[in-house]
Write a protein that binds this ligand. Structure first.
Ligand code: SF4
Ligand code: SF4
Length: 126
């Protein structure tokens, strides 16, 4: 199913902000600077990385995000480390499985995956 980027972002916002630990009780984002949420500041790259990955292994999606999103994210250090990720403060990293499911479901692509407890962290790929 074809979805515009705007539609996908809205679906992901509805599903992820709702469960995000940084959300305030009034429903707004509780980050000091909401624009720094990598999930939405880099949403086009996030959506592309997920939509071009075809796997039933979540580690493949983690790799795609690291490669296509983290590499252009201002919060990643030159050596590839990320304090935000290490402190479990990146919603993209913490809720990746839910984000992948939301995007794939919205576009009609689904894989059999074991049910997992969310949020999934830390997600690490060697
Ligand atoms: S940190 Fe990101 S995912 Fe969490 S509430 Fe704010 S905008 Fe939504
Ligand atoms: S894990 Fe770090 S580098 Fe990657 S998107 Fe999140 S904040 Fe940016």
């Amino acid at each position: 199913m074809e979805r515009s980027l705007e539609e996908l972002e809205k679906i992901v916002r509805d599903q992820i902000c709702r469960v995000c630990s940084d959300r305030k009780v009034d429903g707004s984002c509780g980050l000091e600077e909401p624009g720094t949420c990598a999930l939405f500041s880099l949403f086009p790259q996030v959506a592309r990385a997920i939509q071009t990955t075809h796997s039933d292994d979540i580690c493949d999606y983690v790799r795609a995000i690291r490669e296509h999103v983290c590499t252009i994210c201002q919060q990643q250090a030159a050596d590839g480390t990320c304090e935000t990720r290490d402190s479990v403060a990146c919603a993209l990293d913490a809720y990746l499985l839910l984000i992948v499911d939301a995007i794939e479901e919205a576009t009609g692509k689904t894989f059999e995956r074991p049910i997992s407890v969310q949020p999934l962290f830390p997600l690490s790929v060697n």
